[in-house]
Design a binder for this molecule. Sequence first.
Ligand code: LRH
Ligand code: MN
Length: 426
Amino acid sequence: MRIDKSRLDDANKKDEARHKDHFDFLSNQLTMKGCDVESILKKLSDFQVAIPSWALGAGGTRFGRFGFQGEPSNLEQKIDDVGILHTLTKTAGAISLHIPWDVPKDYSAIKELANSHDIIFDAVNSNTFQDQKNAKESYRFGSLSNTNRSVREQAIQHNTEVIQIGDKLGSKSLTIWLADGSNFPGQSNFQTALQHTEDSLKDIYKTLPNDWKLFIEYKPYEPNFYSTVIQDWGTSFMLANACGDKAYTLVDLGHHLPNTNIEQIVSTLMLKGKLGGFHFNDSKYGDDDSTVGSVKPYSLFLIFNALVYGMENNPQNPYPAWMIDASHNIKDPLEDLIQSLEAIQEAYAKALLVDQKLLTGAQQNHDVVKCQEILQDAYRTDVRPLLEKARLESGGAINPINAYRSLQVRENLIDERGTDSVASGL
Ligand code: LRH
Ligand code: MN
Protein backbone atom coordinates (compact mmCIF):
# COMPACT_ATOMS: atom_id res chain seq x y z
CA MET A 1 0.00 0.00 0.00
CA ARG A 2 1.22 3.52 -0.84
CA ILE A 3 -0.49 6.81 0.13
CA ASP A 4 -0.81 9.00 -2.91
CA LYS A 5 -0.20 12.73 -2.55
CA SER A 6 -3.65 13.93 -3.63
CA ARG A 7 -5.39 11.78 -1.00
CA LEU A 8 -2.98 13.13 1.63
CA ASP A 9 -3.70 16.70 0.51
CA ASP A 10 -7.42 15.97 0.91
CA ALA A 11 -6.80 14.66 4.42
CA ASN A 12 -4.84 17.84 5.27
CA LYS A 13 -7.61 20.14 4.01
CA LYS A 14 -9.62 19.58 7.21
CA ASP A 15 -6.72 20.79 9.40
CA GLU A 16 -5.23 23.59 7.28
CA ALA A 17 -7.21 26.58 8.65
CA ARG A 18 -6.84 25.56 12.28
CA HIS A 19 -3.15 24.81 11.76
CA LYS A 20 -2.50 28.20 10.10
CA ASP A 21 -4.14 30.01 13.03
CA HIS A 22 -2.11 28.17 15.63
CA PHE A 23 1.15 28.42 13.69
CA ASP A 24 0.85 32.16 13.00
CA PHE A 25 0.10 32.80 16.69
CA LEU A 26 3.01 30.67 17.93
CA SER A 27 5.43 31.93 15.28
CA ASN A 28 4.73 35.56 16.27
CA GLN A 29 5.18 34.74 19.95
CA LEU A 30 8.51 32.96 19.33
CA THR A 31 9.81 35.64 16.98
CA MET A 32 9.07 38.26 19.67
CA LYS A 33 11.17 36.13 22.05
CA GLY A 34 14.05 36.22 19.55
CA CYS A 35 13.66 32.61 18.36
CA ASP A 36 14.66 31.85 14.74
CA VAL A 37 11.51 29.95 13.70
CA GLU A 38 12.85 29.13 10.20
CA SER A 39 15.99 27.47 11.58
CA ILE A 40 13.90 25.48 14.09
CA LEU A 41 11.65 24.26 11.25
CA LYS A 42 14.75 23.27 9.22
CA LYS A 43 16.20 21.32 12.15
CA LEU A 44 12.89 19.50 12.66
CA SER A 45 12.65 18.56 8.96
CA ASP A 46 16.28 17.35 8.91
CA PHE A 47 15.72 15.21 12.02
CA GLN A 48 15.24 11.67 10.69
CA VAL A 49 14.56 8.73 13.03
CA ALA A 50 15.23 5.10 12.07
CA ILE A 51 12.33 2.70 12.52
CA PRO A 52 13.20 -0.73 14.00
CA SER A 53 12.32 -3.54 11.58
CA TRP A 54 11.41 -5.65 14.61
CA ALA A 55 8.66 -3.34 15.81
CA LEU A 56 6.26 -3.27 12.84
CA GLY A 57 4.11 -6.10 14.15
CA ALA A 58 2.59 -6.85 17.52
CA GLY A 59 5.34 -7.78 19.99
CA GLY A 60 4.14 -9.58 23.08
CA THR A 61 5.49 -10.74 26.37
CA ARG A 62 6.20 -14.18 27.83
CA PHE A 63 2.61 -14.10 29.03
CA GLY A 64 1.17 -13.80 25.57
CA ARG A 65 0.99 -12.05 22.22
CA PHE A 66 -2.08 -10.41 20.69
CA GLY A 67 -1.50 -10.35 16.94
CA PHE A 68 -2.39 -7.32 14.82
CA GLN A 69 -4.07 -7.84 11.50
CA GLY A 70 -2.31 -6.81 8.30
CA GLU A 71 1.16 -7.20 9.83
CA PRO A 72 4.15 -7.21 7.43
CA SER A 73 5.27 -10.83 6.97
CA ASN A 74 8.47 -10.11 5.03
CA LEU A 75 11.17 -7.44 4.65
CA GLU A 76 9.53 -5.91 1.58
CA GLN A 77 6.28 -5.30 3.48
CA LYS A 78 8.25 -3.94 6.47
CA ILE A 79 9.92 -1.39 4.19
CA ASP A 80 6.50 -0.51 2.73
CA ASP A 81 5.22 0.12 6.29
CA VAL A 82 8.17 2.42 7.05
CA GLY A 83 7.29 4.10 3.74
CA ILE A 84 3.78 4.77 5.05
CA LEU A 85 5.21 6.25 8.29
CA HIS A 86 7.61 8.45 6.31
CA THR A 87 4.91 9.64 3.89
CA LEU A 88 2.76 10.78 6.83
CA THR A 89 5.43 12.12 9.22
CA LYS A 90 8.40 12.94 6.94
CA THR A 91 10.64 12.08 9.93
CA ALA A 92 10.96 8.29 9.45
CA GLY A 93 13.47 8.29 6.59
CA ALA A 94 15.41 5.21 7.73
CA ILE A 95 14.99 1.58 8.79
CA SER A 96 17.22 -0.37 11.20
CA LEU A 97 17.43 -4.09 10.40
CA HIS A 98 17.94 -6.94 12.85
CA ILE A 99 19.88 -9.95 11.59
CA PRO A 100 18.91 -12.78 11.09
CA TRP A 101 15.27 -11.64 11.42
CA ASP A 102 15.57 -9.48 8.25
CA VAL A 103 18.16 -10.95 5.85
CA PRO A 104 17.44 -9.59 2.32
CA LYS A 105 17.05 -12.20 -0.43
CA ASP A 106 17.55 -9.75 -3.33
CA TYR A 107 19.77 -6.84 -2.26
CA SER A 108 19.27 -4.64 -5.30
CA ALA A 109 15.48 -5.11 -5.20
CA ILE A 110 15.43 -4.25 -1.49
CA LYS A 111 17.61 -1.16 -2.01
CA GLU A 112 15.42 -0.06 -4.92
CA LEU A 113 12.26 -0.53 -2.86
CA ALA A 114 13.70 1.47 0.06
CA ASN A 115 14.85 4.17 -2.34
CA SER A 116 11.36 4.39 -3.84
CA HIS A 117 10.11 5.25 -0.34
CA ASP A 118 13.01 7.72 0.20
CA ILE A 119 14.31 5.49 3.02
CA ILE A 120 17.93 4.63 3.88
CA PHE A 121 19.35 1.73 5.93
CA ASP A 122 20.55 2.92 9.35
CA ALA A 123 22.43 0.73 11.86
CA VAL A 124 22.23 -3.04 11.42
CA ASN A 125 21.76 -5.07 14.63
CA SER A 126 23.44 -8.42 15.34
CA ASN A 127 21.74 -11.13 17.37
CA THR A 128 23.77 -13.40 19.64
CA PHE A 129 20.98 -13.61 22.23
CA GLN A 130 19.08 -16.40 20.40
CA ASP A 131 20.30 -19.73 19.01
CA GLN A 132 19.79 -20.15 15.27
CA LYS A 133 18.60 -23.47 13.79
CA ASN A 134 21.55 -25.80 12.96
CA ALA A 135 23.96 -23.48 14.76
CA LYS A 136 27.10 -25.37 15.89
CA GLU A 137 27.32 -23.58 19.28
CA SER A 138 24.68 -22.31 21.75
CA TYR A 139 24.55 -18.88 23.37
CA ARG A 140 22.81 -20.22 26.50
CA PHE A 141 25.79 -19.19 28.60
CA GLY A 142 26.71 -16.13 26.60
CA SER A 143 28.24 -15.18 23.29
CA LEU A 144 31.21 -12.76 23.08
CA SER A 145 31.87 -13.33 26.81
CA ASN A 146 31.47 -17.11 26.76
CA THR A 147 34.24 -19.11 28.47
CA ASN A 148 34.15 -21.39 25.42
CA ARG A 149 36.40 -20.00 22.61
CA SER A 150 34.43 -21.64 19.76
CA VAL A 151 31.21 -20.02 21.01
CA ARG A 152 32.97 -16.61 21.04
CA GLU A 153 34.33 -17.24 17.54
CA GLN A 154 30.85 -18.15 16.26
CA ALA A 155 29.50 -14.88 17.69
CA ILE A 156 32.39 -12.85 16.23
CA GLN A 157 31.80 -14.50 12.84
CA HIS A 158 28.09 -13.62 13.03
CA ASN A 159 28.88 -9.94 13.67
CA THR A 160 31.26 -9.78 10.70
CA GLU A 161 28.52 -11.32 8.52
CA VAL A 162 26.07 -8.66 9.77
CA ILE A 163 28.55 -5.95 8.74
CA GLN A 164 28.78 -7.48 5.25
CA ILE A 165 24.97 -7.54 4.95
CA GLY A 166 24.75 -3.90 6.08
CA ASP A 167 27.56 -2.89 3.75
CA LYS A 168 25.63 -4.25 0.74
CA LEU A 169 22.63 -2.12 1.78
CA GLY A 170 24.58 1.10 2.37
CA SER A 171 24.34 0.98 6.17
CA LYS A 172 27.23 2.65 8.02
CA SER A 173 26.97 1.27 11.55
CA LEU A 174 26.65 -1.93 13.58
CA THR A 175 24.80 -2.07 16.89
CA ILE A 176 25.86 -4.77 19.33
CA TRP A 177 23.66 -5.51 22.34
CA LEU A 178 24.71 -8.51 24.42
CA ALA A 179 22.33 -10.44 26.67
CA ASP A 180 25.49 -12.00 28.15
CA GLY A 181 25.56 -12.24 31.96
CA SER A 182 24.51 -14.58 34.75
CA ASN A 183 21.42 -15.50 36.71
CA PHE A 184 23.05 -16.55 39.95
CA PRO A 185 25.93 -15.35 42.20
CA GLY A 186 29.00 -17.48 41.51
CA GLN A 187 27.77 -18.55 38.06
CA SER A 188 30.35 -16.45 36.17
CA ASN A 189 33.71 -14.75 36.78
CA PHE A 190 33.02 -11.06 36.09
CA GLN A 191 36.63 -10.31 35.05
CA THR A 192 36.96 -13.25 32.67
CA ALA A 193 33.57 -12.45 31.09
CA LEU A 194 34.49 -8.78 30.61
CA GLN A 195 37.97 -9.55 29.24
CA HIS A 196 36.55 -12.05 26.73
CA THR A 197 33.96 -9.47 25.69
CA GLU A 198 36.59 -6.76 25.19
CA ASP A 199 38.83 -9.08 23.16
CA SER A 200 35.89 -10.28 21.05
CA LEU A 201 34.70 -6.71 20.38
CA LYS A 202 38.22 -5.78 19.29
CA ASP A 203 38.20 -8.69 16.82
CA ILE A 204 34.88 -7.47 15.40
CA TYR A 205 36.16 -3.87 15.35
CA LYS A 206 39.08 -4.97 13.16
CA THR A 207 36.58 -6.03 10.45
CA LEU A 208 34.66 -2.70 10.53
CA PRO A 209 34.94 -0.69 7.23
CA ASN A 210 36.75 2.65 7.67
CA ASP A 211 33.64 4.79 7.35
CA TRP A 212 31.57 2.67 9.75
CA LYS A 213 30.73 3.10 13.42
CA LEU A 214 30.30 0.46 16.12
CA PHE A 215 27.54 1.17 18.67
CA ILE A 216 27.86 -0.70 21.99
CA GLU A 217 24.45 -0.87 23.72
CA TYR A 218 24.33 -1.40 27.50
CA LYS A 219 21.52 -2.80 29.69
CA PRO A 220 21.41 -3.49 33.47
CA TYR A 221 19.39 -6.73 33.37
CA GLU A 222 17.11 -9.08 31.31
CA PRO A 223 17.30 -11.72 30.12
CA ASN A 224 19.94 -12.31 32.81
CA PHE A 225 18.74 -11.32 36.25
CA TYR A 226 21.90 -11.35 38.45
CA SER A 227 24.60 -9.75 36.26
CA THR A 228 24.94 -8.39 32.71
CA VAL A 229 28.45 -8.03 31.23
CA ILE A 230 27.75 -4.65 29.53
CA GLN A 231 25.46 -3.42 32.32
CA ASP A 232 25.84 0.36 32.23
CA TRP A 233 27.13 3.36 30.28
CA GLY A 234 30.50 3.23 32.03
CA THR A 235 31.20 -0.32 30.88
CA SER A 236 30.09 0.46 27.32
CA PHE A 237 32.22 3.67 27.37
CA MET A 238 35.24 1.72 28.60
CA LEU A 239 34.80 -0.92 25.87
CA ALA A 240 34.28 1.72 23.17
CA ASN A 241 37.54 3.40 24.21
CA ALA A 242 39.29 0.03 24.24
CA CYS A 243 38.12 -0.64 20.66
CA GLY A 244 38.99 2.72 19.11
CA ASP A 245 37.75 5.96 17.49
CA LYS A 246 34.95 4.32 15.48
CA ALA A 247 33.33 2.77 18.59
CA TYR A 248 30.65 4.60 20.58
CA THR A 249 28.09 4.08 23.33
CA LEU A 250 24.42 3.62 22.39
CA VAL A 251 21.82 4.84 24.90
CA ASP A 252 18.55 2.85 25.00
CA LEU A 253 16.27 4.94 27.25
CA GLY A 254 14.73 1.78 28.75
CA HIS A 255 18.09 0.36 29.83
CA HIS A 256 18.47 2.28 33.09
CA LEU A 257 17.66 1.46 36.69
CA PRO A 258 14.80 3.55 38.11
CA ASN A 259 15.50 7.31 38.51
CA THR A 260 18.83 7.18 36.66
CA ASN A 261 19.77 10.68 35.44
CA ILE A 262 19.98 9.84 31.72
CA GLU A 263 20.49 13.47 30.61
CA GLN A 264 23.68 13.58 32.72
CA ILE A 265 24.91 10.37 31.02
CA VAL A 266 24.20 11.96 27.63
CA SER A 267 26.12 15.12 28.59
CA THR A 268 29.09 13.12 29.84
CA LEU A 269 29.25 10.93 26.72
CA MET A 270 29.03 13.98 24.40
CA LEU A 271 31.78 15.82 26.30
CA LYS A 272 33.97 12.73 25.81
CA GLY A 273 32.92 12.41 22.12
CA LYS A 274 31.53 8.92 22.64
CA LEU A 275 27.75 9.30 22.25
CA GLY A 276 26.90 7.19 19.20
CA GLY A 277 23.12 7.22 19.26
CA PHE A 278 19.80 6.39 20.84
CA HIS A 279 17.10 3.79 21.06
CA PHE A 280 14.10 5.92 21.96
CA ASN A 281 11.20 4.47 23.98
CA ASP A 282 9.67 5.03 27.41
CA SER A 283 9.17 2.95 30.51
CA LYS A 284 7.59 3.00 33.98
CA TYR A 285 9.44 0.10 35.56
CA GLY A 286 11.89 -1.96 33.40
CA ASP A 287 12.74 -2.22 29.71
CA ASP A 288 9.05 -1.74 28.90
CA ASP A 289 9.72 -0.49 25.34
CA SER A 290 6.63 1.71 25.55
CA THR A 291 5.63 4.63 23.31
CA VAL A 292 8.20 7.45 23.48
CA GLY A 293 7.10 10.28 25.80
CA SER A 294 4.09 8.33 27.08
CA VAL A 295 5.34 8.02 30.70
CA LYS A 296 8.19 10.53 31.33
CA PRO A 297 7.89 13.37 28.73
CA TYR A 298 9.76 15.91 30.93
CA SER A 299 12.71 13.50 31.23
CA LEU A 300 12.76 13.17 27.43
CA PHE A 301 12.78 17.00 27.17
CA LEU A 302 15.73 17.22 29.59
CA ILE A 303 17.61 14.62 27.49
CA PHE A 304 17.02 16.70 24.34
CA ASN A 305 18.11 19.84 26.21
CA ALA A 306 21.41 18.08 26.94
CA LEU A 307 21.59 16.95 23.28
CA VAL A 308 20.96 20.44 21.89
CA TYR A 309 23.66 21.87 24.20
CA GLY A 310 26.05 19.07 23.15
CA MET A 311 25.33 19.48 19.43
CA GLU A 312 26.10 23.23 19.78
CA ASN A 313 29.18 22.89 22.02
CA ASN A 314 30.77 19.45 21.47
CA PRO A 315 32.21 19.24 17.93
CA GLN A 316 34.23 16.27 19.24
CA ASN A 317 31.01 14.19 19.25
CA PRO A 318 29.63 13.05 15.86
CA TYR A 319 25.97 13.65 14.89
CA PRO A 320 24.14 10.96 16.86
CA ALA A 321 22.10 8.16 15.31
CA TRP A 322 18.41 8.44 16.12
CA MET A 323 16.44 5.17 16.32
CA ILE A 324 13.26 3.97 18.02
CA ASP A 325 13.31 0.64 19.88
CA ALA A 326 9.80 -0.22 20.94
CA SER A 327 7.45 -3.18 21.20
CA HIS A 328 3.70 -3.02 20.77
CA ASN A 329 1.32 -5.30 22.70
CA ILE A 330 -2.11 -3.62 22.47
CA LYS A 331 -1.81 -0.72 19.97
CA ASP A 332 -1.64 -0.63 16.16
CA PRO A 333 2.15 -0.73 15.64
CA LEU A 334 2.08 2.03 13.01
CA GLU A 335 -0.07 4.36 15.14
CA ASP A 336 2.24 3.68 18.10
CA LEU A 337 5.31 4.55 16.01
CA ILE A 338 3.62 7.74 14.71
CA GLN A 339 3.01 8.78 18.34
CA SER A 340 6.64 8.03 19.22
CA LEU A 341 7.91 10.11 16.26
CA GLU A 342 5.65 12.96 17.37
CA ALA A 343 6.93 12.81 20.97
CA ILE A 344 10.57 12.84 19.78
CA GLN A 345 9.98 15.84 17.52
CA GLU A 346 8.07 17.62 20.32
CA ALA A 347 10.88 17.13 22.86
CA TYR A 348 13.45 18.31 20.30
CA ALA A 349 11.40 21.40 19.36
CA LYS A 350 10.91 22.37 23.02
CA ALA A 351 14.65 21.94 23.66
CA LEU A 352 15.42 24.18 20.66
CA LEU A 353 13.39 26.94 22.39
CA VAL A 354 15.72 26.95 25.41
CA ASP A 355 17.89 30.08 25.35
CA GLN A 356 21.15 28.22 26.09
CA LYS A 357 23.16 31.45 26.53
CA LEU A 358 20.62 32.87 29.02
CA LEU A 359 20.63 29.53 30.85
CA THR A 360 24.43 29.40 31.03
CA GLY A 361 24.43 32.95 32.44
CA ALA A 362 21.87 32.07 35.10
CA GLN A 363 23.83 28.89 35.97
CA GLN A 364 27.02 30.90 36.41
CA ASN A 365 25.17 33.36 38.69
CA HIS A 366 23.66 30.46 40.66
CA ASP A 367 20.22 31.91 39.93
CA VAL A 368 18.53 28.53 40.42
CA VAL A 369 14.97 29.81 40.06
CA LYS A 370 15.84 31.56 36.78
CA CYS A 371 17.47 28.36 35.46
CA GLN A 372 14.25 26.45 36.15
CA GLU A 373 12.08 29.23 34.67
CA ILE A 374 14.11 29.23 31.44
CA LEU A 375 13.80 25.45 31.05
CA GLN A 376 10.15 25.22 32.01
CA ASP A 377 9.10 28.16 29.84
CA ALA A 378 10.35 26.18 26.85
CA TYR A 379 8.81 22.93 28.12
CA ARG A 380 5.45 24.58 28.73
CA THR A 381 5.30 25.94 25.15
CA ASP A 382 2.85 24.04 22.90
CA VAL A 383 5.17 23.41 19.94
CA ARG A 384 2.80 21.18 17.97
CA PRO A 385 2.08 23.89 15.32
CA LEU A 386 5.85 23.87 14.57
CA LEU A 387 5.82 20.11 14.03
CA GLU A 388 2.73 20.42 11.81
CA LYS A 389 4.40 23.19 9.75
CA ALA A 390 7.62 21.19 9.32
CA ARG A 391 5.61 18.18 8.12
CA LEU A 392 3.37 20.23 5.85
CA GLU A 393 6.37 21.97 4.24
CA SER A 394 7.96 18.54 3.67
CA GLY A 395 4.78 17.22 2.03
CA GLY A 396 3.54 15.22 4.99
CA ALA A 397 0.35 15.12 7.07
CA ILE A 398 -0.60 17.97 9.39
CA ASN A 399 -2.05 15.34 11.75
CA PRO A 400 -0.59 11.90 10.89
CA ILE A 401 -2.87 9.87 13.17
CA ASN A 402 -6.02 11.52 11.72
CA ALA A 403 -4.69 10.99 8.19
CA TYR A 404 -3.75 7.35 8.96
CA ARG A 405 -7.33 6.72 10.10
CA SER A 406 -9.20 8.80 7.51
CA LEU A 407 -7.15 7.12 4.74
CA GLN A 408 -8.02 3.72 6.31
CA VAL A 409 -4.42 2.53 6.09
CA ARG A 410 -4.85 -0.45 8.44
CA GLU A 411 -8.01 -1.58 6.64
CA ASN A 412 -6.14 -1.44 3.31
CA LEU A 413 -3.20 -3.40 4.75
CA ILE A 414 -5.58 -6.10 6.00
CA ASP A 415 -7.21 -6.28 2.54
CA GLU A 416 -3.74 -6.71 0.99
CA ARG A 417 -2.16 -9.03 3.59
CA GLY A 418 -5.06 -10.78 5.24
CA THR A 419 -5.71 -11.13 8.95
CA ASP A 420 -3.14 -13.79 9.83
CA SER A 421 0.16 -12.35 8.58
CA VAL A 422 2.75 -12.25 11.39
CA ALA A 423 5.84 -10.01 11.49
CA SER A 424 9.20 -11.46 12.56
CA GLY A 425 10.87 -9.70 15.50
CA LEU A 426 10.08 -9.12 19.14
C1 LRH B 1 17.56 -5.22 24.02
C2 LRH B 1 17.26 -4.32 22.85
C3 LRH B 1 18.31 -4.31 21.77
C4 LRH B 1 17.72 -5.07 20.61
C5 LRH B 1 16.54 -5.69 21.18
C6 LRH B 1 15.50 -5.89 20.15
O1 LRH B 1 16.63 -5.03 25.03
O2 LRH B 1 16.98 -3.04 23.32
O3 LRH B 1 18.47 -3.04 21.25
O4 LRH B 1 18.57 -5.87 19.97
O5 LRH B 1 16.11 -4.83 22.21
MN1 MN C 1 17.57 -1.28 22.23
